[in-house]
Design a protein around this ligand. Structure first.
Ligand code: PBG
Length: 329
């Protein structure tokens, strides 16, 4: 008696294992999130995201050159807005000389080939820490959507290749697409955060940008009226199909690891590129466990990134992009 099949044959040596390896990650897979601050010569480590930094524009230029030389060719920009410039209207959002607008130009100036994507959402600019305009305890949908459309045009004017709305308002993709077309930005793409869950894994990011919802009367304490309930699956498909109908070029699932079932489902369902955002809390967990000596940082990182790609991601936004690419060399 012997086993009918010996699956272990395909695992006997590194050579055969590499020959039959189904999923391979490469620098081409990554989108690198970058945090930008005002000032000069600033490279400050983010407390809850070890080895990750907020950069002033001069250091941003250095960073993108380094990324480019490593084969990383796409960045996703976020800005930390000084408190004094935050409001509930979006005045600073549309400042043609605002930090985001200058950051886009700085990246293009330092590294013309770099693909620049920008975060389009109100929260870093909101005095209440919400992705939309707040009124009487609610987040206003249509007023916010108008602002996001203008914000997108402002980013496109500064040179952004793609805008990435991360706000989860209804109808914003259509509003943004129309505004971009009206202004002649027919080649500016939209990567929609289409299935974005109300997740506790965003904590370190909100700390990095000081963008958490504030604890004031009549301001919702969480984002559950716009971000999705993590219990839901069909809703993710509905959201994603709606964004594609409205003109999204790339759709996204966020966070990553806890949502790989959703990633696979969406990958099977739609015919546009699917991005996955491995978010700040996922990054922080690996760093913390590695710091304690409980997990092997590099091995766990590669396993997680490969799993995200195996689940169906065509693009991975990850704070591990540089670490991963260094290991792949
Ligand atoms: C804000 C935004 C968030 C993230 C990306 N864009 C936070 C939030 O929705 O509260 C999270 C990214 C991360 O945690 O790494 N619109």
């Amino acid at each position: 008696m012997y086993p009918l099949k010996r699956n272990r044959r395909l695992r006997t040596s590194p050579a055969i294992r590499s020959l039959v390896q189904e999923t391979i990650i490469s620098p081409n897979d990554f989108l690198v999130p970058l945090f930008v601050v005002e000032g000069k010569a600033i490279k400050e480590e983010i407390a809850l995201m070890p080895d990750y930094y907020r950069l002033s524009l001069d250091n941003l230029e250095k960073e993108v050159k380094e990324l480019w030389n490593m084969g990383l060719k796409a960045v996703l920009l976020f800005v930390k807005v000084p408190d004094a410039l935050k409001d509930n209207k979006g005045v600073e959002v549309l400042n043609a000389d605002g930090l985001m607008q200058r950051a886009i130009k700085a990246v293009k100036n330092a590294c013309p080939g770099m693909l620049v994507m920008t975060d389009v959402a109100f929260d870093p600019y909101s005095s209440f820490g919400h992705d939309g305009i707040v009124a009487e305890g609610r987040i206003l949908n249509d007023e916010t959507t108008e602002l996001l459309a203008e914000m997108s045009v402002s980013h496109a004017k500064a040179g952004a290749d793609f805008v990435a709305p991360s706000d989860m308002m209804d109808g914003r993709i259509l509003a943004i697409r129309e505004a971009l077309e009206d202004e002649g930005f027919t080649d500016t793409g939209i990567m929609s955060y289409s299935a974005k869950y109300a997740s506790a894994f965003y904590g370190p990011f909100r700390d990095a940008l000081d963008s958490a919802p504030v604890d004031i009367k009549n301001v919702p304490k969480d984002k559950k009226t716009y971000q999705m309930d993590f219990s839901n699956r069909f809703e993710a498909i509905r959201e994603t199909e709606m964004d594609i109908d409205e003109g999204a070029d790339i759709v996204m699932v966020k966070p990553g690891l806890c949502y790989l079932d959703i990633v696979r489902e969406i990958r099977n369902e739609v015919d546009v590129p699917v991005a996955v955002y491995q978010v700040s809390g996922e990054y922080a967990m690996v760093k913390a466990a590695a710091e304690k000596g409980w997990l092997d940082h590099d091995a766990v990182m590669l396993e997680q990134l490969t799993a995200i790609k195996r689940a169906g991601a065509n693009i991975i936004a990850s704070y591990f992009a540089k670490d991963a690419v260094r290991l792949l060399d």
